[in-house]
Design a protein around this ligand. Structure first.
Ligand SMILES: CC(=O)N[C@H](C=O)[C@@H](O)[C@H](O)[C@H](O)COP(=O)(O)O
Length: 236
């Protein structure tokens, strides 16, 4: 077992982590494609990569020499980001330096508490843990449960949180003020300005996914703007 050193987290400070994920059935859903996307992100200045699925994690770890946050989305339950200890251990064994897992207060499918899960990941794999949270209280609880990093990943994606237009910078700021562990801003960071604002709000690092690595969504943004422009011109 190799224990991941804290210097790896230090290497993420004030940096951009690029999330390279394609969803089931999408054209870019293949480990080779995601690895190429991650290599391209590394060339652009990413200090870390976030990747989903065991094959993508293994492929990216072999090809990209950057800290790797891994997760495994699975199941139809509310808790779907690396939902059980079994998933978390598999993510670490696939090559993730940091295992991202659901850090909310919701019941986990295997019945383990967050603290039990984190302790077991630390004990059996040596990987670090990033807790993907949705509220201030969850972030505080996740740090107390032993999380090495706390992310705002699920803010706006639980039944009891509101999806802000853009990243939830208020939550980032509140957590960064209170916590000793690094806070990672993640979710709906769509512009360079928002990424910079997240660091300014106190984030240790910022994760950007969709706006860099999901061409279907990005194309949709442009297509909608062009269509809107056509409507405006027709009216004038
Ligand atoms: C809620 C959820 O399932 N988030 C996932 C977590 O890994 C991904 O689908 C997101 O793309 C990622 O968090 C990055 O966020 P954005 O794509 O908004 O930059």
């Amino acid at each position: 077992m190799t224990r991941i050193s804290p210097e790896l987290v230090e290497a993420l400070r004030d940096g951009l982590i690029v999330s390279c994920q394609a969803y089931p059935g999408e054209p870019m859903r293949s480990p080779d494609t995601m690895t190429r996307v991650a290599l391209a992100a590394a060339r652009g200045g990413a200090v870390g990569i976030r990747a989903q699925g065991l094959e993508d994690i293994a492929s990216i770890r072999a090809a990209v020499d950057l800290p790797l946050i891994g997760l495994w989305k699975d199941g139809e339950d509310d808790v779907f980001i690396t939902p059980t200890l079994e998933h978390a251990v598999a993510v670490a064994e696939a090559g993730a330096h940091i295992v991202a897992l659901d850090g909310t207060s919701r019941r986990r499918p295997d019945g383990r508490s967050l603290a039990e899960t984190i302790a077991a990941v630390h004990g059996t794999t040596g990987a670090l843990v990033m807790a993907d949270c949705s509220t201030f209280d969850e972030g505080i609880a996740a740090a107390a449960a032993g999380a090495d990093l706390v992310g705002t990943t699920l803010a706006g994606y639980t039944a009891y949180t509101i999806k802000t237009d853009g990243p939830d910078l208020t939550l980032v700021g509140q957590l960064a003020t209170r916590l000793d562990v690094p806070v990672v801003a993640e979710g709906r960071v769509h512009t360079p300005g928002q990424a910079a604002a997240a660091i300014h709000a106190g984030a240790h690092a910022v994760v950007v996914g969709t706006a860099i690595t999901h061409p279907t969504t990005i194309t949709g943004w442009f297509a909608a703007a062009v269509a809107q422009n056509n409507i405006t011109e027709e009216r004038s």
